[in-house]
Ligand binder design. Structure first.
Ligand SMILES: Nc1ncnc2c1ncn2[C@@H]1O[C@H](COP(=O)(O)OP(=O)(O)OP(=O)(O)O)[C@@H](O)[C@H]1O
Ligand code: SF4
Ligand SMILES: [Mg+2]
Length: 332
């Protein structure tokens, strides 16, 4: 059965100009994303994990049109996101939405929650006042803000962090989004309420067929709510595929390191942890358009001479699990 692709990234590079602020420092091009390609299916959650600065948010921000790709394209269904006419721009804005890390800044403190839901219902849909009220109450109930008549009349400061994130998710539902980018949506919430928000995302996927890109540092929650996963390192996709396969049997030395560093009460025995060579040079993984080879080579305990010269092609190491590493063994 073929699955419906709702969002597609086709060979995207994003370069930023950095430096050049003083007479002595020259401008330099930083390659934040290097030839990224993947598809997001309807009704799935795709996690993107990797250390700080690896390019996770740049994927979201480029999809949200804050940046343009330096090369390559991104699509919502068959619409090229960076080449939209006025009519398609409105459709794209409705269908692709983002949930932010900081639930405190994503709602306007001057207005109550009903106002935040009423606006998109008015802008994107053609409902009567009675229908709008019914829908607002339905979305608030769906995200667990009950009773809706009480919660909808509250202002953001009267809600907890978790409740604000839920209110924002209700707003995303009111807009009518199909593809939702969640950039570390729970990292600013208390640990005790994180799970509730993740479960809500899971319900929206299962019950309404919403699709999520879930950006996180946390490999355990990535496994908990995602179907597939992409491991990014210095703007490169180094391993990707079925989330259980990648986390249970990681094949790229960097994924092995990430998995080994994550607490896992179910894991039996020790993970074969690659020793990371940490010298001053490896502290900064500045990748430029001219850089060559595997981006992990400076830190990798398994590196060989060839790794510094050429980026290995993707190899299917298990059905639906791909790795870019010289040592990866193809199943075919
Ligand atoms: N507007 C910009 N101008 C210049 N460089 C940028 C810009 N946005 C991002 N970068 C750089 O691009 C790289 C990727 O940044 P990005 O924010 O995507 O990382 P991230 O994986 O989301 O990190 P974190 O986990 O800390 O949020 C970093 O080196 C960052 O400094
Ligand atoms: S390609 Fe080479 S440097 Fe890169 S992860 Fe594999 S062994 Fe390490
Ligand atoms: Mg980020």
């Amino acid at each position: 059965m073929s699955r419906e692709v709702v969002f597609k990234v086709d060979d995207v590079c994003v370069d930023f100009e950095v430096g050049g602020k003083s007479f002595f420092s020259k401008k330099k091009s930083l390659r934040a994303l290097n030839h990224i390609s993947f598809e997001l299916y309807k009704g799935e959650t795709l996690a993107i994990v990797g250390e700080s600065g690896c390019g996770k948010s740049t994927i979201c921000r480029t999809a949200m049109r804050f940046h343009s790709p330096s090369s390559g394209n991104m699509y919502y269904e068959d619409l090229n996101i960076h080449q939209l006419d006025k009519q398609n721009l409105k459709r794209y804005r409705q269908k692709m939405q983002m949930i932010f890390q900081d639930p405190f800044s994503s709602l306007n403190p001057l207005h109550n929650i009903y106002y935040h839901l009423d606006r998109p219902l008015t802008l994107y849909h053609n409902h009567s006042a009675k229908e709008k009220q019914e829908l607002m109450d339905k979305y608030l109930t769906m995200v667990g803000l009950v009773p809706p008549s009480e919660q909808g009349n509250k202002h953001p400061h009267e809600l907890s962090g978790g409740q604000r994130q839920r209110a924002y998710i209700a707003r995303v539902l009111a807009v009518g989004a199909d593809v939702i980018f969640a950039d570390e949506p729970t990292s600013m919430l208390d640990v005790s309420i994180r799970l509730g928000v993740l479960n809500l995302m899971n319900d929206l996927k299962n019950d309404l067929g919403k699709s999520f890109i879930y950006i996180t540092h946390d490999i355990a929650t990535a496994r908990y709510i995602s179907d597939r996963i992409i491991v990014l390192y210095a703007g490169h996709m180094v391993e990707w595929g079925d989330v259980d396969k990648v986390i249970i049997n990681p094949q790229h030395p960097y994924t092995q390191l990430l998995v080994a560093a994550a607490p896992d009460p179910e894991r039996e025995g020790e993970v074969d942890l690659p020793v990371v060579k940490n010298d001053e040079e490896t502290e900064v993984n500045l990748w430029t358009p001219e850089s060559k080879g595997c981006p992990f080579a400076k830190r990798c305990p398994k590196a060989v001479e060839a790794c510094k010269v050429e980026l290995p092609p993707p190899v299917e190491v298990d059905e639906g699990q791909f790795v870019r590493c010289t040592h990866a063994k193809s199943i075919k």
